[in-house]
Design a protein around this ligand. Structure first.
Ligand SMILES: [Ca+2]
Ligand SMILES: [Ca+2]
Ligand SMILES: [Ca+2]
Length: 637
């Protein structure tokens, strides 16, 4: 299996990975009279079952095949409801599959089928739908994605999961199907763009300007005709922060007057800000501009009462007044907008941002606006401020184990910081270097915190995500352990997990590989740890004592949010404004790979969308469009 990692323009933010080349397959149908998926069946407890491939006793309904696998449980006096078998798969199942379907038939209404899988994640679990029929085949679905299961090396079934044993009960298993259904895989975007460029260099269509004299705002009409009322934002091609153009806000705030200027997404995009943390935008004034002269801002939703947030002052988010002709990034916690009116509750369906009158200084001001985005920020490490070492880190070593470290002042002693390299990097200008030897009798640990030691509230985060790179092929078993530390509490650390558990294969040389560790796994190792909302740092520590020097470059640590959804709910992100027209899937403001699936999970189109357009030949129907920002449902009429 190959894990495709699409290039992502927002390199600062979380990368989104997508599995490719996975396809649903039948693990076994027993039609040749044999069990084919393994060469071993371990009864557990031994001799608690008789099992064999037999003629299908009920060749009707959903299973008219000739053969099925019969399970006949004994009363050995010691067997329990968990009696069954385990078997190593002849061909292990790689991670990325979303569910397992099993045809099941029972002769007694008490019998149930339970499963256990062993791999990077080991779990015993029930089907989504318990068996309901007797002497009739039915399909039971075991949710791999929702249970966060990765690869599968060993599979176990408990064919008659019931206590006490009924020795007359027989159970049948057939058509074990390993399903890949991309429509259930959802990744919440960590950035949503409200504005980056207007398609027209004169005006921005999905905007609105309203003014009450004596206040004034310069505006454009949609058609450029003098008779048409001017109520759109003007667009300029210089200066721009990025892309082809920016918005121009040119206003005079006068006592007794009022004004407002609204900017929405192209196509009136719906923005779900539930998981977003900040509003970011870039502003530029042609002259020095006091921050107190800047307008107020608020957000509007598509519905609700109120349908607007309270107003806050843009100038409150600047540390200094604006220098002339200088792009300045403003970062505004969404929490401040929500707090400005606690009665506002429609965070999940935001339509636009409003700029409005503030200080009535009766002076004309001009502000260029560009790159207006909503982002989810929980970045632990992006770049070090120093090219030699990373200050908010700590390395500790006990001989004979060794870790290469730097001192903060470059003195030959007191080396306890992570070294920094400028190559290779996954993102930005540098990456961390972990260079260690784990030796018997020794120990080591290396800690990485955010710049300024910020605590992270991970209550609503689901995964720790980062990138690793080894200069040589590296067996994953040699990789260190990982845990998190909180700013307080007892214990103030989580239990440790093995980094190798979250890799499908050993590391190839000179290749950046994404590691995604479910926070639930870290919480689960030590249930007494309760500091999820005050996480300070990530620790790597000694694992296999192979006495060999290993090097791992580390970059782009983020805490991300990936919802685990019900398997039967193909989830789509309505914030992605995709539609189908003129034989093309069109996604305004999108650059990147696109795959189009029909509802059976079959890829019907795939490619790089240039200017957000991908030509695909599809018929009427509903399709799932998979992008690097997530999935969206598109109706073709
Ligand atoms: Ca069969
Ligand atoms: Ca722009
Ligand atoms: Ca970096």
């Amino acid at each position: 299996m190959k894990k495709l990692l699409f290039s992502f323009a927002l390199a600062l933010l979380v990368s989104v990975s997508t599995y490719a080349q996975l396809a649903t397959f039948v693990l076994d149908d027993f039609e040749n009279g044999l069990v084919n998926f393994t060469t071993e069946i371990h009864g557990n407890p031994p001799a608690s079952f008789d099992y064999m491939v037999v003629d299908n006793p009920v060749k009707t309904g959903i299973n008219t095949s000739n053969k099925a696998w019969e399970w006949d449980r004994f009363d050995t006096g010691d067997n329990q409801n968990w009696a069954g078998f385990w078997a190593a798969l002849t061909n292990p199942i790689p991670k990325g599959y979303t569910s397992i379907e099993v045809k099941y038939m029972r002769t007694k209404a008490t019998s149930q089928l339970r499963m256990k899988v062993e791999g990077a994640v080991t779990l015993e679990f029930n089907p989504v739908n318990p068996a309901t029929k007797v002497n009739e085949w039915e399909t039971l679905v075991f949710d791999l994605y929702g249970n966060n299961i990765k690869n599968i090396n060993v599979i176990s079934f408990f064919p008659d999961y019931y206590s006490p044993v009924d020795v007359t009960a027989k159970c049948y298993i057939d058509d074990i199907k390993i399903i890949y259904d991309p429509s259930v895989i959802v990744t919440i975007p960590t950035s949503l763009t409200l504005f980056d460029n207007s398609t027209d260099n004169r005006f921005y269509d999905t905007s609105w300007i309203n003014q009450t004299a004596p206040s004034t705002v310069v505006a454009e009409s949609w058609d450029g005709q003098p008779a048409t009322s001017k109520d759109k934002f003007p667009v300029i091609t210089s200066p721009v922060k990025a892309g082809t153009n920016a918005l121009k806000l040119d206003w005079t705030s006068a006592t007794g007057g009022d004004w407002m200027g609204m900017v929405a997404g192209i196509g009136w995009t719906h923005f779900d800000l539930t998981t977003m943390t900040h509003l970011k935008l870039w502003i530029n004034s042609p002259v020095v501009l006091a921050k107190t002269a800047l307008p107020k801002i608020h957000l509007e939703a598509f519905s609700g009462s109120p349908n607007v947030t309270g107003k806050i002052q843009l100038g409150d988010y600047l540390t200094t007044d604006l220098a002339a002709n200088t792009w300045t990034e403003v970062t505004i916690p969404l929490a401040d907008l929500w707090a400005a009116n606690t009665a506002f509750s429609v965070k999940s369906d935001i339509k636009d941002i409003f700029f409005s009158q503030n200080a009535t200084d009766n002076v004309e001001h001009t502000l260029y606006l560009d790159e207006i985005k909503f982002v989810s920020i929980a970045n632990l490490f992006h770049d070090s401020g120093d090219a030699r070492f990373y200050d908010t880190s700590w390395i500790n070593q006990t001989a004979p184990s060794v870790v290469v470290a730097e001192s903060w002042d470059n003195a030959p002693t007191g080396k306890d910081k992570f070294p920094v390299v400028s190559s290779p990097v996954k993102s930005g200008t540098n990456a961390l270097k972990l260079d260690w030897i784990s030796a018997t009798g020794g120990d080591w640990m290396g800690m990485i915190a955010g710049i300024g030691w910020p605590p992270f509230d991970l209550t609503n985060r689901t995964h720790l995500d980062f990138w690793i790179n080894s200069p040589v092929v590296l067996a994953k078993s040699a990789l260190p352990k990982v845990h998190l530390e909180a700013t307080g509490g007892s214990p103030n650390v989580t239990g440790k997990v093995l980094l190798s558990n979250y890799l499908a294969t050993d590391l190839a040389a000179n290749t950046w590989t994404e590691v995604t560790i479910p926070l639930a796994d870290l919480w689960a190792v030590d249930a007494t740890f309760t500091g999820k909302d005050i996480i300070k740092d990530v620790f790597f520590s000694q694992n296999l004592t192979d006495n060999v020097e290993h090097i791992l470059y580390l970059d782009e640590f983020n805490f991300i949010t990936v919802p685990l959804t019900g398997i039967f709910t193909p989830s789509a992100n309505k914030s992605i404004p995709a539609y189908y027209t003129n034989g093309e899937i069109q996604i305004p403001n999108y650059e990147g790979n696109v795959r189009v699936f029909d509802l059976a999970g079959k890829i019907v189109g795939e490619g790089l969308a240039n200017n957000g357009k991908l030509r695909v030949s599809i018929e009427k129907g509903i399709y799932i469009v998979n992008t690097t920002l997530g999935n969206v449902k598109v109706a073709v009429k």
